[in-house]
Design a protein around this ligand. Structure first.
Ligand SMILES: *[C@@H]1O[C@H](CO)[C@@H](O)[C@H](O)[C@H]1NC(C)=O
Ligand SMILES: *[C@@H]1O[C@H](CO)[C@@H](O)[C@H](O)[C@H]1NC(C)=O
Ligand SMILES: *[C@@H]1O[C@H](CO)[C@@H](O)[C@H](O)[C@H]1NC(C)=O
Length: 216
């Protein structure tokens, strides 16, 4: 009898030991309507490192701004976003990603420009910008027809900034730029009402994720 239980026990231990390699494990997610976008560098990196930099807007004109990454200096660094659309819009990737700004608050949207730069402009943004959905096990910004995003040090209107660009399929990331995944971190809301605000998967603390224990 004892050896029977010992065998079962040993089997259980060995299954537990092999579980992480035999089935992929991804960082746990929560859900929220509002989120910030945090850079996870997947190749390249800049100097200083832009790991855990937060997406914000770099104002260039009335209601016009570039998407840039900035060091996280406080709990309010970075713009707050939400996915906008009906359940169908979300399912068919026809949603847009919005962020409130101005006084009183009005919508700005994430825009993919012709030259691959990304903007956060007053208005509805580009349709098809979304947070990756089930079955994707990771909650990050994605855009229909794009492979992902990269970031480069650029000199903009008022000086240097880490600017975000959409990466086309098969495109080689330009020299000196870093591939980034823009991961969603759950956030409080801006305070504005969002009749079509969707519930998104997001992380409690992107900077605190220990990627060495996960499969992606
Ligand atoms: C920014 O840093 C604060 C601590 O100052 C932390 O609570 C927060 O999670 C960070 N925000 C993001 C979006 O990483
Ligand atoms: C939000 O989504 C709804 C439903 O598709 C749409 O009618 C509305 O125009 C969108 N709002 C903005 C600001 O894009
Ligand atoms: C985040 O970055 C780490 C380190 O580069 C990498 O191991 C991990 O796969 C990345 N995760 C995602 C979802 O990009």
């Amino acid at each position: 009898m004892i050896s029977y239980f010992t065998a079962i026990f040993a089997l259980t231990i060995s299954l537990a030991d092999t579980a992480p390699t035999s089935s992929p494990v991804f960082p746990p997610r929560s859900t929220s309507e509002s989120f910030r976008l945090v850079a996870n560098v997947t190749s390249g990196d800049l100097s200083p490192s832009i790991k855990d930099y937060v997406l914000t807007s770099y104002h260039i004109g009335a209601g016009q701004a570039y998407a840039v990454l900035t060091p996280n200096i406080s709990s309010t660094t970075g713009r707050i976003f939400y996915q906008n659309g009906t359940a169908e819009d979300i399912r068919y990737r026809r949603s847009n990603v919005l962020s409130d700004g101005g006084e009183p608050l009005f919508p700005f949207g994430i825009v993919l420009n012709e030259d691959q730069s990304v903007s956060v402009n007053a208005g509805t943004g580009t349709t098809g910008v979304n947070l990756a959905l089930f079955p994707d096990p990771i909650s990050g910004l994605s855009a229909v027809g794009k492979e992902g995003f990269y970031a480069c040090e650029k000199t903009l209107l008022y000086g240097p900034a880490v600017q975000v660009f959409a990466k086309a399929y098969e495109e080689v990331t330009p020299e000196g730029c870093a591939d980034v995944k823009l991961l969603a971190q759950c956030s409080d809301s801006s305070g504005a009402e969002h009749p079509y605000g969707a519930t998104s998967g997001c992380y409690a603390d992107v900077a605190g994720i220990d990627w060495s224990v996960y499969s992606a």
